[in-house]
Design a protein around this ligand. Structure first.
Ligand SMILES: NC(=O)c1ccc[n+]([C@@H]2O[C@H](COP(=O)([O-])OP(=O)(O)OC[C@H]3O[C@@H](n4cnc5c(N)ncnc54)[C@H](OP(=O)(O)O)[C@@H]3O)[C@@H](O)[C@H]2O)c1
Length: 252
């Protein structure tokens, strides 16, 4: 398969590091002009140079509709997450998660989808999580926001029916991003070398994973890049899993 995004412009929210950076890199390698986004100008410039894209310094929670005139590919990757005991999540926190993880993506979709529909081609994606369908008890507010994204994705796919624009979500599983190594070592001991620590972490704390290792950000980027391509023209309104088999279900 030849994935060619030459002539397409993309925006990847929250892409100065982690999964977003890998997605921006994947899209750029396939030939797209990629807007690399974050709030910190220095980090954005550095990541954009690394990717070979262009900088989009904007806080997407505050509203970044004006950041780019138009895009063909919108990847709503940005999201916040932290654990909190269920009964201690305040009204304010529930709203913060909705604003950050759901409304920021809805707002960008509202800004860019009409142009894609008029031009007759476009791709919108939402980076969801296994938490969208498993609801972790230690972060219900995060799970709720990712479940909401699946609904938002399905809904906007219907809005774009018959236009040549596809809208999908990608369910990412436990991923090897910054900070995760420290987290793993804190749970299984600091003396173990990384590979062994990872194996022990998966065995004890992520036994449902069928690959029994963390997912590399590039593996999520591969799915996103394929979905963004003309090759994926018949896949819309779906939730595609890159979860290492973590979600114990046949369908998402
Ligand atoms: N990591 C995992 O294991 C995992 C698993 C499943 C799903 N996911 C999902 O994958 C996505 C990416 O996760 P990640 O772990 O790769 O993220 P991350 O490492 O926390 O990176 C967050 C990115 O967002 C940017 N950012 C933060 N606040 C922003 C704002 N208000 N406006 C624009 N950009 C902002 C950050 O840059 P600045 O600080 O410079 O702004 C950074 O580039 C999230 O939606 C997450 O829920 C992650």
């Amino acid at each position: 398969m030849n994935i060619d995004l030459t002539g397409r412009t993309a925006l990847v929210t929250g892409s100065t590091q982690g999964i977003g950076l890998a997605i921006a890199t994947g899209l750029a390698r396939a030939g797209a002009r990629v807007g690399v986004n974050g709030r910190n100008a220095e980090r954005v410039e550095k990541a954009a140079a690394e990717v070979g894209g262009f900088p989009v310094v904007a806080d997407v929670v505050a509203g970044a509709d004006e950041a780019l005139p138009d895009v063909d590919i919108l990847i709503n990757n940005f999201g916040i997450f932290e654990s909190r005991p269920a009964l201690e999540i305040t009204d304010e926190e529930w709203r913060r998660y909705f604003d950050a993880n759901v409304l920021s993506a809805v707002r960008l979709t509202r800004a860019y989808l009409p142009g894609m529909m008029t031009r007759g081609w476009g791709r919108v994606q939402y980076i969801a999580s296994d938490s969208a369908v498993t609801t972790p008890s230690e972060m219900i507010h995060y799970g709720m926001s990712k479940t909401a994204l699946l609904a938002v994705s399905r809904g906007f796919a219907k809005e774009a029916a018959g236009t040549g624009v596809t809208v999908n979500s990608v369910i990412a599983g436990p991923t090897h991003t910054g900070g995760v190594e420290e987290f793993v070592h804190s749970l299984v001991g600091r003396d173990l070398p990384w590979e062994e620590a990872q194996r022990e972490f998966m065995r004890l704390h992520r036994p449902h994973s069928l690959i029994q290792r963390l997912i590399e950000p590039e593996e999520i980027a591969n799915m996103v890049t394929y979905l963004a391509s003309p090759l994926a023209s018949a896949t819309t309104g779906g939730a595609l899993r890159v979860d290492g088999g973590y979600v114990d279900a046949i369908l998402p």
